[in-house]
Design a protein around this ligand. Structure first.
Ligand code: NI
Length: 189
């Protein structure tokens, strides 16, 4: 396994549309990719997701992990279920209603920054496991936010493109100090 460098905003490859993978043809490569993503993810500290394009692999693969009711200050959006480390291969999602909610987001490809982003509150989503199983599920709130944030990476979209009020975009250090204390929702991906 390898810890790989993270592409940062401004790198034109982060704008690419990633391709689907065919596990029946590419299992070994995808398996290695998931291992490298996992090792890289685990090296990044307290994060909740990573998309393959962030390490320069332009395929539709994500990993997420969201601890339940965690005590990490920067992740203080509480989720009522523990989402273990999960690889989502060829994911898709659709909103279950038009309802959106605002929440803070950050991204390892946009270091030291945070912004307020509207996301669908309730989604259904599906993906393949590395073993080729098709999973269909649904998510709400912070869990749904993480999936939407990561999914955007596969379409070349970084969260600043989703910000509607740029007064709520800035350095994490300042936002945590002055703003976030009044806001319960926060993602640091
Ligand atoms: Ni991100």
């Amino acid at each position: 396994m390898s810890i790989l460098p993270i592409l940062k905003m401004g790198h034109p490859s982060l704008l690419r549309i990633s391709r689907s993978v065919d596990l029946s043809q590419e299992f070994d490569d995808v398996s290695t990719l998931v291992q490298n993503m996992t090792e890289t993810f685990n090296s990044l500290g307290e994060r909740v997701g990573l998309a393959a394009p962030q390490i320069g692999a332009f395929v539709r693969v994500l990993i997420i992990r969201i601890p339940k009711n965690n005590s990490i200050t920067r992740y203080d959006a509480l989720v009522d279920e523990d989402i273990p480390l999960t690889a989502l291969i060829n994911p898709s999602f659709s909103p279950l209603s038009e309802e959106k909610e605002n929440g803070w987001e950050a991204c390892i490809s946009v270091p030291n920054m945070m912004g307020m982003v509207p996301r669908y509150k309730h989604i259904s989503f599906s993906y393949e496991t590395l073993e080729g199983q098709k999973i269909e599920s649904h998510a709400s709130g912070f869990h749904a936010r993480v999936i939407q944030h990561e999914y955007d990476h596969l379409d070349g979209i970084l969260y600043p493109q989703r910000i509607e009020d740029f007064r709520l975009f800035g350095f994490e250090e300042e936002i945590v100090r002055y703003v976030k204390s009044n806001s319960p929702d926060f993602i640091k991906e």
